[in-house]
Ligand binder design. Structure first.
Ligand code: S3P
Length: 177
């Protein structure tokens, strides 16, 4: 049996950690509303896809829009929020993520991440000469940031999206509101 979401659930983690797929499942299980910050940025800035935003305005502009999309969610309830993998790189976003809700870090081993992200080309930060090396560098830089903000960490390397979502839902039912 499902129960309504009382506190917002906020998913953070590297590209390919499964935030959007898992988030949609959690929202369904807990009767919450799924929000994807990437989608929100796209909608709030005229509908251009992320790769186009990066190409036309650059990463810094995207980060500003991402931070303001994040702030716009604070105060909402029953939300399940999947965030972009780089949201933790802006220091002001860390308290905002905590304020928004219960933060879950979805991790996965480097090989698993690489295997997942190399399947699609829609991630502008990986349009480099050596995307495999970029993944390694970004992961090393960002992992401490995800760790610093997380209330709960789940290694998704060997779990299905449903298994990850179920674990989070089980935990949410235990969180006092
Ligand atoms: C980014 C991750 C992407 C998107 C943008 C930048 C990053 O989101 O926000 O391409 O810096 O890691 P996903 O984590 O959903 O792929």
């Amino acid at each position: 049996m499902s129960v309504p979401v009382c506190e917002n659930v906020v998913l953070v983690g590297f590209m390919g950690s499964g935030k959007s797929s898992v988030g949609r499942l959690i929202a369904r299980f807990l009767h919450g509303r799924f929000v994807d910050t990437d989608r929100l940025v796209v909608d709030r800035t005229g509908g251009r896809e992320i790769t186009v935003i990066f190409a036309e305005h650059g990463e810094a502009w995207f980060r500003q829009e991402e931070s303001s999309a994040l702030l716009s969610l604070i105060g909402g309830s029953g939300l399940v929020v999947a965030t972009g993998g780089g949201i933790v790189t802006v220091p002001e976003n860390l308290p905002a993520l905590k304020k928004l809700g219960f933060v879950v870090w979805l991790t996965a081993g480097e090989e698993v991440i690489w295997e997942r992200v190399s399947r699609n080309k829609r991630r502008p930060l990986l349009h480099t000469e050596n995307p495999r090396e970029t993944v390694r560098t970004l992961l090393a830089r960002r992992n401490p940031m995800y760790e610093a903000v997380a209330d709960l960490t789940i290694d998704t390397s060997e779990l299905t999206h449903s298994e990850v979502a179920e674990r989070i839902c089980r935990r949410m039912r235990e969180v006092p509101v």
